[in-house]
Write a new protein. Structure first.
Length: 266
């Protein structure tokens, strides 16, 4: 738990205002993204790539969370990494609503609504349920289910624990760290239990990190996700494992974007 405890020490619990202003255009937030990929992003396509060294990350937008994410992944030193970038178009006036950031924050905190989300399995050529169970728990040891931790004010930092049963790695417990600064939301998920693929132990405790950033832009919301994993062993399964973690980010984005459309009646 050392890395998790250190991140808490540097986080502020001060509550912040609820307005969410654009951080700039996608061109300003993604200055190194090639024009072809920028056009694909604007048309609704996902931009994704794999890496085995966090120094190779290239899709991360400029944000208040970027340095922290890079440092955390460098300390993890993952054997497999994936990053993905999405753009969710929104009406420009929506970002100016006084409760926009609060409602967006509560979308991310609605962990129980992730239950039943699906992903496309290329190997099976069909949609599959990703999270069979998903809910917040009071403590990693007792695992007692509690209500989603929706709030009335957005904190700079908050940590909750969650239990999730997914179709690839079974039943696991996670620490979820929520951050908010300068109108930008961040969520980090770290596994607190060893993860297995079938009968094969694959990921040790605190060896999986998922970092999500939600950044208001002139064109809508930039959603960036990256997953870094330090594996116990690959067992000749590198392609399958990479695909599984790529599917994980994609499923989370589709859940998030669907919930945003529902929350704001888009």
């Amino acid at each position: 738990m050392r890395r998790l405890l250190l991140s808490t020490l540097f986080a502020s619990a001060t509550l912040v205002s609820l307005s969410a202003l654009s951080a700039g255009s996608t061109a300003e937030l993604l200055p190194t993204l090639p024009l072809q990929q920028r056009a694909a992003l604007a048309s609704g396509e996902r931009i994704t790539r794999f890496y085995d060294d966090p120094a190779e990350i290239s899709l991360m937008p400029i944000s208040v969370h970027a340095d922290r994410i890079r440092q955390s992944l460098a300390e993890l030193s993952p054997r497999i990494g994936v990053e993905a970038l999405y753009l969710l178009p929104l009406p420009p006036d929506l970002l100016q609503q006084p409760d926009f950031a609060l409602r967006l924050n509560n979308v991310l905190r609605s962990v129980s609504t992730m239950e039943g989300i699906e992903y496309y399995s290329a190997s099976r050529e069909q949609m599959r349920t990703f999270y069979r169970e998903s809910y917040v728990i009071d403590d990693p040891r007792s695992r007692q289910r509690i209500a989603d931790p929706v709030v009335n004010e957005v904190p700079h930092f908050d940590r909750v624990f969650a239990f999730q049963h997914d179709s690839s790695f079974g039943r696991n417990t996670y620490a979820l760290d929520y951050r908010y600064q300068s109108g930008q939301l961040g969520l980090t998920m770290v596994n607190l239990t060893r993860m297995s693929y079938g009968i094969l132990p694959l990921v040790g405790q605190e060896n999986l990190e998922i970092h999500l950033s939600v950044i208001p832009a002139d064109e809508g919301l930039l959603f960036y996700g990256t997953c870094g994993v330090r594996l116990i062993g690959l067992f000749g399964m590198q392609d399958r494992v990479q695909t599984s973690f790529s599917n994980r980010i994609d499923a989370i984005y589709r859940w998030f974007s669907g919930r945003v459309r529902q929350e704001f009646e888009l």
